[in-house]
Design a protein around this ligand. Structure first.
Ligand SMILES: [Zn+2]
Ligand SMILES: [Zn+2]
Length: 129
C-alpha cells in the first residue's frame, strides 16, 4: 500500500461532502451522493455482468453517510442515510475517484447530475413495476 492510497484523515466536510486527506498530502473532497452512486457492492453493481443495478432516481438527493467503519487497513464501509450499508470503498478506488482537477480523468464520478438535476424526467419513465 502506497502513501497515495493511505488516508490519514477522513472527515465530513459540510453536509454534502466527505474529505479524505492522504498520506502523500493530497486531499480529496467528494460529493457524498456521488460516492453513494459509485457504490460497487453486489446490490448496486451486478457481480457477473458489471451492469449497474442501482436506480439513481431512488437515491435521495440529500443522502449522506451516517457512519464510516474501517475495513482492515485497505477500505472503509459507509453506512448511508438511505439505509444502504453494504458498500465497501477501498482506499485505492477512493483515490481513483478523487474529483479534483489534478486527478480528473480517472473513474467517472457522477456528480454532474446532482448539481444540475432540474429535469426529473426519469421519475415519469420509472414504471418498471
Ligand atoms: Zn451498494
Ligand atoms: Zn485529487
Amino acid at each position: 500500500m502506497s502513501d497515495a492510497t493511505t488516508p490519514t484523515t477522513i472527515r465530513q466536510h459540510g453536509p454534502r461532502a466527505l474529505a479524505i486527506r492522504w498520506a502523500d498530502d493530497h486531499e480529496s473532497v467528494y460529493d457524498v451522493r456521488g460516492l453513494r452512486l459509485a457504490c460497487a457492492c453486489a446490490s448496486c453493481i451486478d457481480e457477473w455482468t458489471g451492469a449497474e443495478r442501482l436506480d439513481e432516481a431512488r437515491v435521495p438527493m440529500d443522502v449522506h453517510p451516517l457512519s464510516l467503519h474501517a475495513v482492515g487497513r485497505y477500505a472503509v464501509q459507509i453506512e448511508w442515510s438511505d439505509g444502504h450499508s453494504t458498500g465497501i470503498y477501498t482506499f485505492e478506488r477512493l483515490r481513483k475517484l478523487c474529483p479534483c482537477a489534478a486527478c480528473a480523468g480517472g473513474e467517472d464520478l457522477r456528480t454532474e447530475e446532482s448539481t444540475n438535476s432540474r429535469q426529473p424526467q426519469r421519475r415519469n419513465s420509472d414504471t418498471s413495476t
